[in-house]
Every structure is written in structure tokens, then in C-alpha cells.
Design a protein around this ligand. Structure first.
Ligand SMILES: [Zn+2]
Length: 80
């Protein structure tokens, strides 16, 4: 066990948001031990496994597409 890991176990992880996937889903990384977490569909924090990384990148794509479409719609409705 590394000293950093011990520190985290003792004081708790020092998470910061490293990626905003959607309004509700974010990815977090611990500044000390680099452990990664993400928000699942229930809004709970879980470990960021490769499986969830995949889900998140798919979510992000869908979310960005929707945002872009929403923006375009707003622009065109303000013109007409
Ligand atoms: Zn940590």
C-alpha cells in the first residue's frame, strides 16, 4: 500500500471534477491517488470502470448532439 493510498483511506479521497459528461453525470479524479469515480444513472458515485467510461462517452455524444440541435432550434426560432 502506498502512503498516498493510506492517506486517502484515512482522510478520504480528494476528488475534483475532471469531466462533465451531462448536466447530471460527471467524472471525478482523486488528486492524491488518481482513483476515478463517475455518477451512475441513479445519481450515485461509483468507480469509473472501462465499461462506464464507454457509457459516459456515448452519453456525452448524445448530450452534445442534443445541445447543438437545441441551440440551432433557438437560433432559427429567433430569426423567424
Ligand atoms: Zn484518493
Amino acid at each position: 500500500m502506498t502512503p498516498t493510498k493510506l492517506y486517502c483511506d484515512f482522510f478520504g479521497h480528494n476528488y475534483e471534477v475532471t469531466k462533465k459528461v451531462t448536466n447530471h453525470v460527471k467524472e471525478y479524479t482523486c488528486k492524491c491517488c488518481k482513483k476515478q469515480l463517475t455518477t451512475n444513472s441513479n445519481g450515485k458515485l461509483i468507480e469509473l470502470t472501462p465499461k462506464f467510461q464507454e457509457i459516459n462517452s456515448a452519453l456525452e455524444r448524445i448530450y452534445n448532439n442534443r445541445m447543438m440541435r437545441l441551440k440551432r432550434k433557438t437560433i432559427s426560432s429567433s430569426i423567424y
